[in-house]
Design a protein around this ligand. Structure first.
Ligand code: SAH
Length: 227
């Protein structure tokens, strides 16, 4: 099957049949060549219904998950969006097509470098990829109209809430390391927060000072004491 056909089938069977209907999201996912975001040996499997390894123990998210999270962001086109977890840059490309500006944070320099080059080669000029621990966001460019976290967090980091505009939305998987709830956090015009959950999901961990790093260190300490 050609890549165009595989992509069209993916959109139909994996995304529309599972009730993602935002036409802007569907149009962009129908157009972006996902095969360019997976390692060469996996290119023929780029449209399969699951995450794929991208090296460094990380994954490119399942296509449906990208569609679902992007739909939840409700992008109209003029937003500034913070993404935490650039990975392959596939979600970044989807965001770059649907909003004004994307700041994307990645802690693994090699992945950030590859993704940045790929996005430049594809002609995206409204993306900035930054190598850092994104668990505390990136206050220098805040506030953000939208925040998307594509790694699993043990809680909603309060620093990210601080960096969200009034009237903004954040999508983040929150829970245990093995399974999480996909949460959508809204901040209204008065700055009040409400959260909704959208079912279970599984992401690689958000490793950092304000996420699993902090908890891992604490666990490590207590194990040291036990010894
Ligand atoms: N949206 C990406 C998903 C990548 S997986 C894609 O579809 O390709 C999650 C990514 O989050 C990994 O690349 C991982 O290195 C990164 N990550 C984990 N913790 C992070 C942190 N604290 N700051 C920035 N990036 C982080």
């Amino acid at each position: 099957m050609s890549e165009e056909n595989a992509r069209a089938e993916m959109v139909r069977k994996q995304i529309i049949e599972r009730q993602v209907h935002d036409s802007r999201v569907l149009e962009v996912i129908s157009r972006i060549p996902r095969e360019l975001f997976v390692p060469e040996p996996l290119r023929s499997r780029a449209y399969e219904d699951h995450p794929q390894p991208i090296g460094h123990n990380q994954t490119i998210s399942q296509p449906y998950m990208v569609a679902c999270m992007t739909e939840l962001l409700q992008l109209a086109g003029d937003e500034k969006t913070l993404e935490i977890g650039t990975g392959s840059g596939y979600q970044t490309a989807v965001l770059a097509e649907l909003c004004k500006r994307v700041i994307s944070l990645e802690r693994i320099p090699e992945l950030a470098e590859e993704a940045n080059q790929r996005l430049l080669d594809m002609g995206y000029c409204n993306v900035r990829v930054i190598v850092c621990d994104g668990s505390g966001g990136y206050p220098q460019e805040s506030p953000y109209d939208r925040i998307i976290v594509t790694a699993a967090s043990p809680h909603i980091p309060s620093l990210l809430l601080d960096q969200l505009s009034n009237g903004g939305r954040m999508v983040i998987p929150v829970g245990e390391e093995t399974v999480q709830m996909l949460m959508c956090v809204e901040k209204n015009e008065s700055g009040e927060i409400t959260t909704h959950d959208y079912g279970q999901c599984v992401f690689v961990p958000l490793v950092g000072k304000y996420a699993w790093g902090a908890l891992r260190n604490k666990e490590g300490d207590s194990e040291t004491k036990k010894d």
